[in-house]
Design a protein. Structure first.
Length: 39
């Protein structure tokens, strides 16, 4: 269940990232590297 939720959240996040720009993309990279997402 958690994996599916993570996958969905990740897809949404990345989609928003492309809209918002490189700045956000860097933030998402940090988030992915943490592996914690929203915390």
């Amino acid at each position: 269940m958690r994996a599916a939720a993570d996958s969905h959240a990740r897809a949404s996040h990345h989609r928003a990232t492309y809209s918002l720009g490189a700045s956000r993309r860097f933030s998402i990279a940090s988030y992915d590297s943490n592996g914690k997402g929203y915390g």
